[in-house]
Ligand binder design. Structure first.
Ligand code: NAP
Length: 295
């Protein structure tokens, strides 16, 4: 079997098109301008690029987007005050603080201050609790994107065996809960799992979110499985350049899987698109508007 290769770029483009239509509809029917504010503390060059991408992505779909830059020396109190102001500003629907923050600004303190209703990254404890409790809320973008990809391949997941390798707050844990919500039988694997290969081989749906290049070998993949590779591992090359590798040995896994995401061009673009989708969902929830069904 050679797998269907899932084109995350094309899928993300279709999500962005749906978000754009939703933003236009909210403006036309409810006079609502969906808006996102991205907060950057300090001047880390990689973070500056991420923030720029997020603001540009948002503007491209018609979301009013602002970036707020605070000095690298800003105190935690100053940052938290800013977040509180954004929480209380009814014209702002989504708020995202770019991590990592400088060391005097604790990530947990920021997340404990941010309103879960505006938490478009889905990272606050309350957002995580809502997901675990099966209540409506904003879900972390990467696992949400993975679930959308999985459901584009197989709509009904009832009873499927799902294995998620990695248990981070950002990816592994929310991914497992999303799959549980789809009635999968979920196993969460991690660095202490015994016989990881054997556990992986039970999976109809295998999600690798580890951060170890090509950890998952081809013979870890059950014939006909859906394989989602979240990993982004930069491998330095002798010529000074680098290569991006996933957590899955792609060429081998492709021979056994029914469908697989490549790296790059799989999960990554969906993460960005889901941030925009979350911003629209947040705006709808704040205004008690039912989100467009196609979202
Ligand atoms: P993380 O916080 O470092 O978590 C890694 C997880 O993998 C941990 O739960 C760890 O287990 C587990 N692990 C580490 N080595 C392992 C091994 N040898 N066998 C089994 N499990 C092992 O990473 P993350 O934030 O979840 O990110 C994971 C990967 O996804 C990274 O490559 C990251 O760059 C990528 N990522 C991509 C996107 C995207 O948009 N495409 C978004 C987010 C992250 P323990 O808990 O036992 O330590």
């Amino acid at each position: 079997m050679t797998a269907q290769v899932i084109d995350g770029k094309a899928f993300a483009a279709s999500v962005r098109a749906r978000v754009k239509r939703a933003v236009e509809e909210l403006k036309a029917e409810h006079d609502l301008t969906v808006s996102l504010t991205v907060v950057l503390v300090g001047d880390d060059p990689a973070s500056e690029i991420y923030v720029r991408h997020k603001v540009t992505d948002a503007r491209e779909v018609g979301i009013a987007s602002t970036d707020v830059k605070l000095a690298a020396t800003a105190s935690e109190d100053a940052v938290l005050d800013h977040v509180r102001r954004l929480n209380g500003d009814p014209s702002v629907h989504g708020v995202l603080v770019q991590f990592p923050t400088p060391k005097q600004v604790r990530q947990d303190a920021v997340l404990d201050t941010l309103s879960p209703d505006k938490d478009v990254d889905g990272l606050t404890t309350l957002s995580a609790g809502r997901l675990v409790s099966g209540r409506p809320g904003l879900v972390a973008c990467t696992p949400q994107g993975c679930l959308m990809i999985i459901k584009s391949v197989r709509e009904k997941l009832d009873g499927a065996s799902a294995v998620v390798i990695g248990r981070s707050q950002l990816v592994g844990k929310p991914m497992a809960h999303l799959l549980l919500g789809e009635n999968c039988t979920v196993t969460m694997a991690h660095s202490r799992t015994r016989d990881l290969a054997g556990v992986a081989r039970t999976a109809d749906i295998l999600v690798a979110a580890v951060g170890r290049a090509e950890l998952v070998k081809g013979d870890w993949v059950k014939e006909g499985a859906i394989v989602i590779d979240v990993g982004m591992n930069r491998l330095p090359l002798p010529n000074g350049k680098s290569k991006l590798l996933g957590d899955v040995a792609y060429n081998e896994a492709r021979e056994r899987a029914a469908a697989i995401t490549p790296v790059p061009g799989g999960v990554g673009p969906m993460t960005r698109a889901c941030l925009l989708r979350n911003t629209v969902l947040a705006a709808c929830a704040q205004h008690r508007i039912r989100p467009p069904a196609e979202l």
